[in-house]
Design a protein around this ligand. Structure first.
Ligand code: HEM
Length: 154
């Protein structure tokens, strides 16, 4: 994912894309950073999500990294070079964490942005959350039915 976010074409096209998104949705760096502060303020208080964030030692560094991530995702600024899958690998996340994260993200986005801005962020959040969840949580496949052994009665 990081490669896809950091290999967008030339800087002029990136700026043109960011300007077009800002014009259509109101999203820009200050709005995204303010949203992230509100979202993570709420996530830290959440009984299900909060404990996962207890290990974050430097919140300003975390918000700065997430601002780079979301500006790359939403405005295609190409400035994020991290590895989200690896950052979550040790957190033991379950499907409930993802549903709660998305519900909180949606609520905060709707309160922070125009409907177009919230939609732009939410489309991307849902797609990325799905791919993170699929990468991190092994599928619970049902056990295959037992083959009848010789001598079994029907
Ligand atoms: C399911 C619930 C989630 C929890 C509990 C969670 C928690 C965390 C934690 C604890 C970190 C590490 C912070 C640090 O030590 O600095 C982190 C990093 C990060 N998270 Fe999540 N996360 C969740 C879902 C998501 C989703 C759905 C996304 C994206 C849509 C996301 C994007 C990121 C990014 C970009 C980073 C920074 C990775 C890096 O350092 O480059 N997270 N998250």
């Amino acid at each position: 994912m990081s490669a896809a976010l950091s290999t967008s074409p030339d800087p002029h096209r990136r700026t043109a894309f960011a300007d077009a998104v800002t014009e259509a949705t109101g999203l820009d760096r200050p709005a995204i950073e303010a949203f992230l502060r509100a979202f993570y303020g709420a996530a830290r208080q959440d009984p299900l999500l909060g404990p996962a964030f207890a290990g974050v030692a430097d919140w300003e560094a975390h918000i700065a990294q997430l601002t780079r991530f979301w500006c790359s995702v939403a405005l295609m600024t190409g400035e994020y070079h991290g590895q989200p899958m690896r950052a979550h690998a040790h957190l033991d996340l379950a499907p409930e964490h993802f549903s709660r994260w998305l519900a909180l993200f949606e609520r905060t986005a709707c309160a922070s942005f125009s409907p177009e801005g919230a939609g732009h962020m939410l489309d991307r959040a849902r797609r990325i959350a799905r791919s993170l969840e699929m990468g991190l949580i092994p599928l619970a496949l049902p056990a295959s039915p037992r083959r009848p052994a010789p001598g079994d009665h029907p």
